[in-house]
Ligand binder design. Structure first.
Ligand code: DON
Length: 324
């Protein structure tokens, strides 16, 4: 341990101890299987672009990725179909509404963006394959390369989502009506539900975030996982739309691209520097992890990560870590 790495670990431990006492929020139960989460679980992981890991608490606890799959699926759609085609199906404007709102942009009849359910289902429709299991396998394979280990689906959560996903079905049929998605409505929904049901822990998510931060190259294997020329679009959407109706507050206070999920995870990307993941299943009214937001807010503040922080020159964190 160098003085810098010791200091980072101390900051993470401190943030974990501070917010472990917070007990606000409620575990999501609208997907019944999510209600089985232990409300006390609290894990943090920070992964740097050179593969260093800093962890605290229940960072190894697995949970389903839920909406945090959306930026990665969006990246895959951009890579497979190009910007123009994807834009014909999904917009890039913050909706300011809840993640599951049954609405399309009235001016275009497209979903507002790919971070809300409507947009994510439209994206799932673009990256699905025939048979559907092939599209799911392709998603799992790409995510596994980003995480640096083999990831799998939680079949119980997938079944629970499928049984209770009528709101998403309503959104999908609305989009089918406007020609936003093709006739494979059930296949698109199955792709989306399966993506959301993929199991990760904080290390996986932080590593996937660090892969985005590292211009698409895995910090562990060095392998190129994502097309670096498209990552800027994904990070922009995460910055403007990643936290739904709290997106503005998040950008203001934390100041980095991020995405949350109803399982209680949040991951954030500090471009060219690191990825952060926090897991704690109790959610606030907007569906974001209560402790996750508090922890990210403190980490960004203590480590000077806000994109517009005057000390942040784009790679200062890594320079500090490497002792430059
Ligand atoms: O579609 C749903 O409702 C879930 N599979 C994912 C929602 C989600 O994670 C929203 N995030 N806060």
């Amino acid at each position: 341990m160098t003085p810098a790495t010791t200091q980072i670990q101390e900051i993470i431990d401190e943030v974990h101890t501070k917010y472990k006492k917070v007990d606000d929020g409620t575990v999501a139960t609208y997907i019944p299987e999510l209600g089985r989460a232990n409300p006390q679980d609290f894990g943090i992981c920070l992964a740097t672009v050179d593969g260093q890991l800093f962890t605290a608490g229940d960072w190894e606890r697995e949970f389903t990725i839920q909406s945090m799959c959306k930026p990665f699926a969006f990246q895959m759609a951009l890579e497979q179909h190009g910007m123009q085609k994807v834009r014909q199906h999904v917009g890039v404007e913050p909706s300011g509404d809840a993640f599951n709102s049954i609405e399309l942009d009235p001016k275009t009849t497209r979903p507002f963006n790919a971070m809300i359910n409507a947009g994510a289902i439209a994206i799932a429709s673009l990256i699905k394959q025939t048979p559907t299991e092939a599209g799911i396998a392709a998603f799992l394979a790409t995510m596994s390369r980003a995480a640096g280990r083999t990831l799998t689906i939680d079949e119980a959560v997938l079944e629970s989502e499928t049984l209770t996903g009528n709101r998403n079905r309503a959104i999908a049929y609305l989009m089918r009506n406007f020609g936003i998605i093709d006739e494979g409505v059930n296949e698109s929904l199955h792709q989306y539900f399966a993506q959301c049901s993929m199991l990760v822990n904080c290390r996986d998510l932080a590593m996937m975030a660090a892969t985005l931060a590292n211009m698409g190259r895995s910090p562990v294997s060095g392998e190129s996982v994502f097309d670096f020329q498209l990552i800027k679009y994904v990070l922009t959407l995460m910055f403007t739309c990643g936290l739904y109706d709290y997106a503005g507050g998040w950008a203001y206070e934390v100041g980095v691209p991020a995405k949350s999920g109803v399982s209680g995870g949040i991951f954030a990307v500090v471009n060219r520097q690191l990825g952060i993941a926090v897991y704690s299943p109790k959610l606030d009214a907007q569906g974001n992890s209560v402790r996750g937001i508090l922890a990210c807010r403190d980490l960004a503040s203590h480590l000077g990560l806000h994109s517009f922080e005057f000390t942040n020159t784009g790679s200062n964190f890594m320079q500090w870590l490497c002792g430059d």
